[in-house]
Design a protein around this ligand. Structure first.
Ligand code: NDP
Ligand code: 8X3
Length: 253
């Protein structure tokens, strides 16, 4: 094993997969969490071969408290010395006014983006406390700073991440654990495809006429915050495409 470990949730796609590749390139061993086993195995094999790092894959739904807790706790002791936790697993479902929203979509977003993040953090923060060091990077959003029409529940979950990010930093302060929020604007990943439940045309339309951020842009920012000296913590970073001024204002050509 190498000397540093990063645990990344939502590592099969988008920002999480880009982080897995970047942290492996920097020599980190990885614990990768997501639901799609085949994709997890593919990325794990790719990184072990390309970068001579070790990878543990946890096929788990972060919404399932018993499963995610047991899987994390079942890791060998050496893997529990996590240096960087990237709380990235998350999603949006639907884009409807509050009176038309699907309550199952609301449950999925709240359970994944808020409760799933908490379940993982509960376990890993205790490991970090034991080791008296660690860095938790929470993936929030511009949607956690502002609200946009029909974004209601998704925005509420990301506002919750914003609050949790601040709360965690206070609670973990005596233990020397860093806590950082990375808040992206529009990033072209599977995000819109998931939001619009596989409607590729609608998903593509979100990014048409402007240059969105790419997952790599966010991974670069995460690497930057994770590689600061021990005495420096970046509390909060808001990263937007140049063509996006606010949550609801983009400039399309
Ligand atoms: P993707 O859809 O490309 O990736 C989401 C990842 O989360 C996938 O690996 C998915 O894996 C995983 N995931 C989703 N639900 C669960 C679950 N219940 N349990 C475990 N893993 C899960 O989207 P992004 O990369 O864009 O999203 C990553 C994060 O960035 C999210 O928190 C999102 O809210 C946030 N974000 C995205 C922005 C964007 O414009 N794209 C902007 C701002 C923030 P699997 O399906 O295999 O479980
Ligand atoms: C995702 C970005 O476009 O929904 O958090 O505000 S967006």
């Amino acid at each position: 094993m190498n000397s540093k470990i990063a645990l990344i949730t939502g590592a099969t796609s988008g920002i999480g997969a880009a982080c897995a590749r970047l942290f492996a390139a920097q020599g980190f061993d990885l614990v990768l969490v997501a639901r799609r086993q085949a994709l997890l195995e593919e990325i794990s094999k790719e990184l072990e071969e390309q970068h001579q790092v070790s990878v543990q894959t946890l096929v788990a739904d972060v919404r399932d408290k018993a499963v995610i807790t047991t899987q994390l706790e079942s890791l060998p002791a050496a893997w529990k010395k996590v240096d960087v936790l990237i709380n990235n697993a998350g999603l949006s479902q639907g884009l409807d006014p509050i009176d038309k929203g699907d309550t199952d979509d609301w449950d999925t977003m709240i359970d994944t983006n808020v409760k799933g993040l908490l379940y993982v953090t509960k376990v890993v923060s205790n490991w970090m406390i034991q080791h008296k060091a660690g860095h938790i990077v929470n993936i929030g959003s511009i949607a956690g700073k502002e609200v946009y029409p029909n974004g209601n529940v998704y925005c509420a979950t990301k506002h919750a991440v914003d609050a949790l990010n601040k709360g965690m930093r206070m609670d973990l302060l005596p233990h020397g654990i860093k806590v950082t929020a990375i808040n992206p604007g529009m990033v072209e990943t599977e995000f819109s495809l998931v939001r619009f439940k596989g409607d590729e045309e609608r998903a593509k339309g979100v990014y048409a006429g402007l240059e969105p951020l790419m997952a790599q842009d966010i991974a670069d920012a995460i690497w930057f915050v994770a590689s600061r000296p021990a005495h420096v913590n970046i509390n909060d970073m808001l990263i937007m495409p140049t063509a996006q001024a606010s949550a609801s204002l983009t400039h399309k050509k």
